[in-house]
Write a protein that binds this ligand. Structure first.
Ligand code: C2G
Length: 127
């Protein structure tokens, strides 16, 4: 079984997130999503509208997602890859290069980010 992992806040879930999760799942058989906790979002200077618990509930309802774990800090990725026997790490290419250190532990794939949508755009448009 080929296991894939990806990380993110996934706030105000939109079709760009879904396209990322769909493509990530297509790279393997099992997709783990590490969702940033509210505390870690503060470290990322991000303010999520939905709480961690609610973002977790939403992600767990997505057909492409097999497991959701918390992302508490920047340092946990290597341990996550080991603990979950991950074969492929996936992120949108706005992060290209940032996680190449994981290549010692698993395949690293950056997927093209979906243009025309973002949580920030949603907030701005609604304002
Ligand atoms: N994404 C995308 N297209 C968009 C918006 C987001 O492909 N229009 C992707 C991002 O590239 C990322 C994932 O969806 O791979 C989640 O996006 P965010 O919730 O914004 O994640 P981010 O805050 O970048 O957190 O340790 C890594 C961080 O937790 C990543």
């Amino acid at each position: 079984m080929k296991k894939v992992i990806t990380y993110g806040t996934f706030d105000l879930l939109h079709w760009g997130h879904i396209k990322l999760l769909k493509r990530a799942k297509e790279l393997g058989d099992y997709l783990v999503v590490a969702i940033s906790t509210d505390e870690f979002n503060r470290l990322k200077h991000k303010e999520a509208y939905h709480s961690f618990e609610h973002r977790k509930l939403i992600l767990e309802a997505i057909r492409y997602v097999d497991e959701v774990i918390p992302e508490n800090d920047w340092e946990q990725k290597i341990q996550d890859v080991k603990d979950h026997n991950i074969d492929i790490f996936v992120m949108g290419d706005d992060w290209k290069g940032e996680f190449d250190f994981l290549e010692d532990y698993c395949k690293v794939v950056y997927l093209p980010r979906t243009t025309g949508i973002s949580t920030t755009k949603i907030k701005d448009d609604l304002r």
